[in-house]
Design a protein around this ligand. Structure first.
Ligand code: MN
Length: 736
C-alpha cells in the first residue's frame, strides 16, 4: 500500500538524483535504451521549467521526472519516457513545438502534443455537451496513440501522490475526478496497478477517516488469517513440486478501495469477505493453470458457484485468470487465483504491456500495429457490449458516439466519420485527389463495393487509378459527408465547365468571323472586348467562354456590342455580294432528285470532297451544300428549309477553298512558319487573318485551296508540327 507520507519533500533541488535513478530503472529492463536522448530531454525540460515551482516548493522538474519514472516502472519504450519528461513543456513554458520536433523528432512531438491537447475538464458542470466533448477527445486520443493516455495516467498518478500540497478547495474535486474518470480509464485499459493506486489515493483524500479506520481493520483481519494462508501455501507448494509444476505462489491482498466498495455495496462485514486475501499461483503455461486448479480442488473442497474461468472467457479489459474459492485448511473460505506470467503482466499493466520493452525482441511496426488494432477493437466493442459495461457506459456516455464510426488508414491513422459513411467519404477525407481517382476500396484487406457502410475499427484502403475518369453523379447518392459531396459536385461542375468553355469559344469565334477587319480594327475590337468584360465583371477569357457556353451571354449580342457599326455595315454588304458569287461546282456534287438547281457551297463550313454533306433548298437561291457537322445546321433545319441528301460526285482535280483555324501560343515568326507549312504541302493560301487574343494566344484563320479531305488532313498533320501550335480546326470562309 502507498505510504502517503513518503512522497515529496526529499527530492534533490535540481533533479540530478532523480534522473540517475530513472536511467538506472530503464537500464534494468532495456540495456540498449537511448541514454543520451533521455538525458537530453531531461536537460531540455529542466531548462524550460527553470524558475517554476510545484506547490510543494520543489523545482517543477521533479514532476516530469516522477511521471517518467512511473512510465519506466511500466517498462515503457524510449519515446514514452522522453515524452513524459517533456509532457508539460508545450503548455507551461516558452518551449516551441518546432524546437521539440528538431531535437526529439516527430513521434515524440506528437506524443507531447497529444498529452497537451488532452486537457480534459470534467469539472462539475451540467453542460452535457462539454462533457461529451471531453469523452470524445479522450476516446479519439486512445485510438490515436494509447501511449498518450499512459502518460496522462502517470501524470495524474504523480499529481495524486502529491495531492496533499494542493489547495484545500481543490483537493476534493481532483480526487473525485480521479475516481470517476481516470481510475475507470485505467480499469478499462486493464492497468490494474495504476487503477488500484489511483482509487486508494482518491479515497484517502475524499474520506480520510474512513480510509484510515478501514486500513486498521483490514490489517487486523489479515493477521487472523495469516496462519491459514501460511499453511495453505506450504501444502500447495509440496503438491505442485510433486506434480512437477513450476509455479510461484503469492499472497494477494485486495486493494483498500475495492474492499470499501464491496462493503458498501453488499452490506456484509469485513470478516465475511472471502477474497480480502487470496492465494495467487503464477504458472508457466495455460495447461499448468488447469493442472493447478485440479490439484487445488483435490486438496480443498470448492465452494459451489464460486469458480470463474476468465482464461477461456477473458474480461472485456483482457484480464485472464482462473478464480476459485475453497474451504481452506482451517475450515475458512479462501480465494485462489491461477494465471500464467503473461496473464499476470496483463492484469497489472494492461494495455501498457503491449508497449513494454520486450527483451530480445523488437516488435516490428506491423506487430505493433496489429496489437494496437486488437486493443482498439476491444475498446470499440465496449460501445456495443452494453450488458457487462453498463456502468462504464453511463459514466463515459460513449453511447453518444453512436452517430460516428472510427476507421483506420492502412498505416493505422485514425479517421472519424459520420455513421453510414462509405469508402468514398473516406477517400475524400484523405485527399481530394484520392477521392477523384478512386476506383475501388478494400476493407480489412477484402474488396468491397463503394457503397459499403464503414464500421468502427475497419482498416480502409482506397484503390486509385490515374486513368480514372473521376466521380460520377451516382457518387452523390453514395457519399454521406458534406465534404465528399461538395468535392464531387465541384468535379462535375468543372467537367461541365470544360464542355461549356469549348462551346462558348466556338460561338464567339463564329460570330467574330463574320466580319473582316484590319489589324488596327482588330486591336480596337479587342480593346472593346476588354471593356465589355470589365463592365460585366468577367475576369478571364476562359470565364467569358464559359459564360457564353452556359448561355448567360449571347455571343452575337457581345459581338454587336464590341464591333463598331462601321465595320459591321461594311461586312454585311460584302457578305451579301460574296455569298452570291460563291464557288460554282458543276457536276462534282450529286443531289437527290433535284436536277437543274444551282448548287453553292456554304461559306460557313466550306465543305470539300470527302466531307459528309447535306443540301438545303434556299428561297430562290438554289441549293446550298453544308457539311453535316456545320454548326449552323441545327438552326437551318429549324427554319424549315428542305433538307436533301447529297454526296460528292466524280473528282476532277478541282481546287476548293476551305477555311481552317490554327490556335497557338503567340511567338515571333509564328505566322511565317504556319504559311511555310501550307506552301510545303504545295497548297495555296487564299486569305489569312491573324490576331492575338487577350489571353496571349494567337488565332490564325486561313483560307486554303485543297482538292479533298485527304489533302486537308495532310496539311493538318504538317501544321501540328509547327512549334507552339495547340489546336487546329475547320472554320468558315472569309475574304480579305
Ligand atoms: Mn503534468
Amino acid at each position: 500500500m502507498t505510504d502517503l507520507r513518503k512522497e515529496g519533500g526529499e527530492c534533490g533541488r535540481d533533479g540530478v538524483k532523480e534522473i540517475q535513478s530513472l536511467l538506472k530503472s530503464i537500464e534494468d529492463y532495456n540495456p540498449d535504451f537511448d541514454r543520451e536522448l533521455v538525458v537530453r530531454a531531461f536537460e531540455f525540460a529542466r531548462e524550460a521549467h527553470q524558475g517554476q515551482n510545484r506547490l510543494s516548493g520543489e523545482p517543477f522538474i521533479v514532476h516530469p521526472l516522477a511521471v517518467a519514472q512511473i512510465a519506466a516502472d511500466l517498462r515503457m519504450d524510449d519515446a514514452t519516457i522522453v515524452a513524459s519528461l517533456l509532457h508539460d513543456v508545450l503548455e507551461d513554458t516558452e518551449a516551441e513545438e518546432e524546437k521539440v520536433r528538431e531535437l526529439f523528432g516527430e513521434e515524440i512531438l506528437k506524443l507531447v502534443q497529444g498529452v497537451t491537447k488532452l486537457e480534459l475538464d470534467f469539472s462539475y458542470s451540467n453542460e452535457e455537451e462539454a462533457q461529451v466533448e471531453n469523452y470524445r477527445r479522450l476516446f479519439v486520443a486512445i485510438a490515436e496513440d494509447i501511449r498518450v493516455i499512459i502518460i496522462k495516467l502517470a501524470d495524474r498518478l504523480h499529481n495524486m501522490r502529491t495531492l496533499k500540497f494542493q489547495y484545500r478547495g481543490k483537493k476534493e474535486s481532483i480526487a473525485r475526478e480521479t475516481l470517476e474518470v481516470f481510475a475507470p480509464i485505467a480499469s478499462r485499459l486493464g492497468m490494474g496497478m495504476i487503477q488500484a493506486e489511483l482509487e486508494n489515493l482518491s479515497l484517502f483524500f475524499l474520506d480520510p477517516e474512513a480510509y484510515c479506520s478501514l486500513q486498521r481493520r483490514v490489517e487486523r483481519v489479515i493477521r487472523t488469517r495469516e496462519k491459514q494462508m501460511e499453511e495453505a501455501v506450504k501444502v500447495l507448494k509440496g503438491r505442485l513440486e510433486k506434480a512437477g509444476i513450476e509455479a510461484e505462489i503469492q499472497n494477494r491482498i485486495k486493494h483498500l478501495y475495492s474492499i470499501y466498495q464491496k462493503l458498501n455495496r453488499s452490506k456484509i462485514s469485513l470478516e465475511d469477505l472471502h477474497d480480502l486475501i487470496a492465494l495467487r499461483v503464477i504458472t508457466r503455461t495455460v495447461g499448468d493453470c488447469y493442472a493447478v486448479l485440479g490439484i487445488v480442488h483435490s486438496l480443498w473442497r470448492p465452494v459451489e458457484g464460486r469458480f470463474k474461468d476468465y482464461v477461456a472467457v477473458p474480461k472485456s479489459n483482457m484480464y485472464q485468470s482462473l478464480h476459485t474459492t475453497v474451504i481452506g485448511p482451517q475450515g475458512e473460505p479462501m480465494e485462489i487465483q491461477i494465471r500464467t506470467w503473461e496473464m499476470h503482466q496483463m492484469a497489472e499493466y494492461g494495455i501498457a504491456a503491449h508497449w513494454r520493452y520486450k527483451e530480445g525482441k523488437i516488435s516490428s511496426r506491423e506487430d505493433a500495429f496489429e496489437e494496437r488494432m486488437s486493443w482498439l477493437r476491444q475498446i470499440l466493442e465496449w460501445q456495443q457490449d452494453l450488458r457487462s459495461t453498463r456502468e462504464f457506459m453511463e459514466s463515459l456516455k460513449i453511447s453518444l458516439f453512436d452517430d460516428e464510426v472510427y476507421v483506420f488508414t492502412p498505416k493505422g491513422d485514425l479517421k472519424k466519420l459520420p455513421k453510414g459513411s462509405t469508402p468514398i467519404d473516406f477517400a475524400y477525407l484523405i485527399h481530394t485527389e484520392v477521392g477523384n481517382s478512386c476506383i475501388g476500396a478494400k476493407v480489412n484487406k477484402q474488396i468491397v463495393s463503394l457503397g459499403y457502410q464503414l464500421q468502427s475499427g475497419d482498416v480502409v484502403e482506397i484503390i486509385t487509378s490515374r486513368s480514372s475518369s473521376g466521380p460520377s453523379a451516382d457518387w452523390l447518392r453514395i457519399a454521406r459527408t458534406p465534404g465528399a459531396r461538395n468535392r464531387i459536385r465541384a468535379f462535375l461542375r468543372k467537367q461541365n465547365r470544360e464542355v461549356n468553355r469549348e462551346r462558348g469559344r466556338e460561338i464567339l469565334e463564329r460570330e467574330l468571323a463574320k466580319y473582316t477587319m484590319t489589324p488596327e480594327e482588330e486591336a480596337e475590337v479587342s480593346q472593346e472586348l476588354k471593356t465589355f468584360m470589365e463592365q460585366n465583371g468577367i475576369k478571364t477569357m476562359e470565364d467569358l467562354y464559359i459564360a457564353i457556353g452556359e448561355g448567360r451571354y449571347r455571343g452575337r449580342r457581345i459581338v454587336n456590342q464590341i464591333v463598331p457599326d462601321a465595320i459591321r455595315r461594311r461586312s454585311l454588304k460584302k457578305k451579301k455580294s460574296s455569298s452570291t458569287s460563291a464557288h460554282q461546282p458543276q457536276e462534282d456534287i450529286l443531289i437527290q432528285g433535284t436536277p437543274g438547281l444551282a448548287i453553292k457551297l456554304a461559306r460557313c463550313c466550306t465543305p470539300i470532297p470527302g466531307d459528309r454533306i447535306v443540301a438545303f433548298v434556299t428561297q430562290g437561291r438554289g441549293m446550298k451544300v453544308h457539311r453535316v457537322d456545320c454548326p449552323n445546321l441545327a438552326r437551318l433545319s429549324q427554319n424549315g428549309s428542305r433538307v436533301l441528301e447529297a454526296e460528292w460526285g466524280r473528282e476532277e482535280g478541282q481546287i476548293y477553298d476551305t477555311g481552317i483555324v490554327v490556335e497557338a501560343l503567340d511567338r515571333p515568326k509564328l505566322l511565317a512558319d504556319v504559311s511555310g507549312a501550307v506552301s510545303n504541302c504545295d497548297m495555296e493560301i487564299k486569305a489569312v487573318r491573324a490576331r492575338s487574343t487577350v489571353s496571349g494566344e494567337a488565332r490564325i484563320q486561313l483560307m486554303v485551296g485543297v482538292r479533298n479531305k485527304k489533302e486537308l488532313e495532310f496539311l493538318f498533320k504538317e501544321l501540328r508540327k509547327v512549334a507552339n501550335v495547340r489546336r487546329i480546326w475547320r472554320g468558315g470562309g472569309f475574304n480579305l
